[in-house]
Each structure stands twice: as structure tokens, then as C-alpha cells.
Design a protein around this ligand. Structure first.
Ligand code: DP6
Length: 316
């Protein structure tokens, strides 16, 4: 049997950083994200295989197989048949661009299709979240909120893609793989950052403000909340032992440019994950100005643009 699922990466505006249960991979805090429509990962699963095998963008990647295999075991059972997986993305993997979110969301949707059993979307989100917390959000379209709900997560779309069609301009400042993966890094933060407890305590306030801003389509309120939440997460990373600094000089320059644009009346704000790329969220009519300004920053290697998009789904 052969199926292909497509999932889009998502970018958190109120971030997930920290786990309350590392065994079940349950996040310590809720989060709010936007699902991107123009970036994608397609994952083809073929159960007619002699052994597990994984190809990512044309390269055999045995190193990434164990994590995907564990994810498939959770959906299909440990006595599952071997599968061959072919994954293709139209953006660089492992560079702080949420490639794991789209990969695991697509893997879970494809695995569920070959399982022969009906899965609800809530179940798929929880299965994806076991593999990678942020992947649970890529099951849903538009603006997505993830809440803790006892021993599972509750994920839902809080606004669709069309009623507030924001755009994201991603400034790629380095495609080198990150030094510490986010799962390991957030555990280091939980154990060592003096700011971690405060970060967790304040998250509800940031979520409430972002939820209101999205409901009211209040761009400046969302901008203020998302930048504050992002900088707070990075303060937790910086104050961890060892410290985790994912930025480079171009990251900082892009942040300054985004703030200058906003001071000049352009509706744009930045957010940055566990990597050096700057994601500038803006109104669609501002995309050209934002692209042009970020394109002039020394050290920006490439720029990608995306609108909002759909949750993970089967394509064949
Ligand atoms: C900074 O979802 O990659 O992007 O659950 O350990 O796989 P694991 O972590 P992951 O962490 C994402 C962290 C973030 C913020 C976010 O997307 O909310």
C-alpha cells in the first residue's frame, strides 16, 4: 500500500518552550501558531518494503529514521511492517524552520491512512505531538491554538486562513544545522534557567492577549504580544546553562529592520524560533516592502514568502 500526505510547517506567535512530561512529550505551556500554505512537506509511505528506509529531498537519511520509526510505531504498533518513506520539502530542513512539524504531521496522517483504522483529527494531533510538540499544530489550518488538556493536548483552529490572510516573509540567514535541537534545548532551559518558572507563569497572559488580538484582527496588539513572547523565550534560552544563542549578526539586523519598518508605519513584526532565521509576519500588501528591506541585510542568504494555509491532509 502506498499513500502520500502533505503538511505545512507552522510558526508559533506564542511559543512552546518546555515540557511538563518528556515521556509523553507534553508541553509545559500552551501555544498559538499560524500554519503556512506555500511551504510544504510531502511524505510518501510505502508498506511494500523489505526494511525501513527514509529518503529526504533525494538523500538517504538513516540518521533521521529512528525518530520517524518511533512515530510510526506509535500509530501502527511496534509489530508494524517495514515502510519505505520518501519525504520532499520545498524549504531547507533542520534550520529552525519547523521542518520537523510538517514532517511529523505528514508522517502521522500517512501512517493513519495505511493503518486501516479511522482516526479523528484530535487523535492525529496528539499522535503528531508525541513525536514533536509543534507538529500537533500542523494538523490544523490558519491560526491554531494548542492547550494542555490533562494527559493530552487539545488543538483547534481559532481563525481560518481567509478571514485574516497574513503573510510571512522568512529571511534565511544560515542553513547550517542547529547546534542543539529544540527538544534537548528546552529540557536544559527547564533544568537551569532562572527565568524558566516565570516564563511558564506568564504564558497564559500572552496567550489571552494573542487570542484577543486574533479575534479582533488587531495587528499591532498581535505584533507587540508575539515579539515580547519571542524575546522572552530567547531570554530563557540565553540564561540557560549552557546558554543557547541561536542568533547571528544578520538575525539581529533583520530584527532592527523589522522594527524600523513598523516605526515607519508598515504592519510587520518578527518572530524567531530555535534557529537564526527571522520570520517577518506582515499584511499581504506589505510583502514587497518587507522582502526588499530584508533582502538588503548583509548575511541574508535567501528569502521565502508564504501565506497561511491548510492542515495536514492526504493527497494520494
Ligand atoms: C521554538 O516542537 O521542535 O519552535 O516537541 O521536542 O520536538 P519537540 O520540540 P519542537 O519545539 C518547537 C519550539 C519552537 C517554538 C514553537 O514552535 O512553539
Amino acid at each position: 500500500m502506498r499513500v502520500t500526505a502533505r503538511a505545512h510547517p507552522n510558526i508559533a506567535l506564542v511559543k512552546y518552550w518546555g515540557k511538563r512530561d518528556s515521556e509523553l512529550n507534553l508541553p509545559a505551556v500552551g501555544s498559538i501558531s499560524i500554519t503556512l500554505g506555500d511551504l510544504w512537506t510531502d511524505m510518501r509511505l510505502d508498506t511494500d518494503a523489505g526494511a525501513d528506509a527514509l529518503t529526504v529531498n533525494g538523500e538517504q537519511r538513516d540518521d533521521l529514521m529512528p525518530r520517524i520509526a518511533r512515530c510510526l510505531d506509535v500509530v501502527l504498533g511496534e509489530d508494524r511492517k517495514p515502510v519505505s518513506i520518501v519525504s520532499e520539502s520545498n524549504f531547507p530542513v533542520a534550520a529552525g524552520l519547523a521542518s520537523s512539524a510538517s514532517a511529523f504531521a505528514a508522517a502521522v496522517v500517512a501512517a493513519a491512512a495505511v493503518s486501516g483504522r479511522e482516526h479523528g483529527k484530535d487523535e492525529l494531533a496528539n499522535l503528531a505531538g508525541r513525536a514533536s510538540g509543534s507538529a500537533a499544530r500542523s494538523l490544523y489550518d490558519g491560526f491554531v491554538e494548542l492547550e494542555n488538556a490533562g494527559d493530552r493536548v487539545a488543538v483547534r483552529s481559532i481563525r481560518d486562513t481567509d478571514s485574516w490572510p497574513l503573510s510571512v516573509v522568512v529571511a534565511i540567514t544560515s542553513v547550517a544545522p542547529k547546534s542543539v535541537g529544540s527538544g534537548e534545548a528546552m529540557e536544559i532551559s527547564r533544568r537551569t534557567s532562572p527565568f524558566y518558572a516565570r516564563w511558564v507563569d506568564e504564558q497564559e497572559d500572552d496567550l489571552a492577549r494573542a487570542r484577543d488580538a486574533i479575534a479582533e484582527r488587531d495587528f499591532m496588539k498581535l505584533a507587540d504580544t508575539a515579539e515580547h513572547n519571542c524575546l522572552k523565550m530567547h531570554s530563557v534560552m540565553w540564561s540557560s546553562r549552557p546558554p543557547m544563542v541561536y542568533w547571528n549578526a544578520a538575525t539581529l539586523d533583520c530584527m532592527r529592520v523589522v522594527r524600523e519598518l513598523r516605526a515607519g508605519g508598515v504592519s510587520v513584526f518578527f518572530t524567531i524560533d530555535a534557529g537564526p532565521q527571522v520570520k517577518a509576519v506582515c499584511m499581504p500588501e506589505e510583502v514587497d516592502r518587507v522582502r526588499e528591506a530584508l533582502g538588503k541585510v548583509e548575511g541574508v542568504e535567501n528569502i521565502m514568502t508564504s501565506g497561511l494555509g491548510a492542515g495536514a491532509h492526504l493527497i494520494e
